[in-house]
Design a binder for this molecule. Structure first.
Ligand code: FES
Length: 172
């Protein structure tokens, strides 16, 4: 897979690193634009922010929010906090892993474990603000409440089919 980005890393950093901004703010701005923080921005970020590369890398890997590669076309975030746990989210997580063939939280910041068609990523999150409607999850950013295995299967299978169709259209 080609990990290069359309804009040069130096330009990307210059675009977002305004005087007085913290490293966290710049990282957020880059991820808001691209969906991730490309690894080759670490060196220019270190130069511009007057930090070591190790310091920049340390911040990126410390915060689970930051990712160093694009999200999978189908990304599932399942709430595994208290209220959802009490409503069966762990059993739901096991079902989801069986159904998708993927594992939750395979590897932060590295190649996430995908299904056979490399389009799926499973992430654990801790409270989506829907505690009264648990178990809760998002699929590609859309919130779903009171999720059952059957409901998940229907939502997931429809999205996966749509993602596969997009790939076929591009390749045709
Ligand atoms: S605990 Fe799951 S949405 Fe709050």
């Amino acid at each position: 897979m080609d990990d290069s980005i359309a804009i040069a890393p130096e330009q990307l950093v210059q675009r977002h690193a305004q005087p007085g901004m913290s490293l966290l703010a710049v990282l957020h701005a880059i991820q808001d634009e691209l969906g991730y923080v490309p690894p080759d921005t670490v060196a220019p970020l270190a130069r511009v922010m007057n930090l070591s590369r190790a310091e920049v890398h340390g911040v990126i890997t410390y915060y689970h929010h930051f990712r160093t590669q694009p999200a999978a076309p189908v990304t599932v975030q399942l709430c595994r906090a208290e209220a959802c746990r009490s409503m069966g989210t762990e059993a739901l997580a096991q079902h989801i892993e069986r159904h998708t063939g993927c594992r939750f939280d395979a590897e932060h910041g590295q190649a996430h474990e995908h299904g056979p068609d490399a389009t799926v990523e499973l992430q654990s999150v801790y409270c989506l603000g829907q505690c009264a409607l648990s178990p809760a999850m998002t699929i590609n950013g859309t919130l779903h409440a009171k999720v059952t295995p059957k409901k998940f299967d229907a939502l997931f299978d429809a999205l996966l089919a749509a993602a596969a169709n997009k790939c076929v259209e591009v390749m045709a």
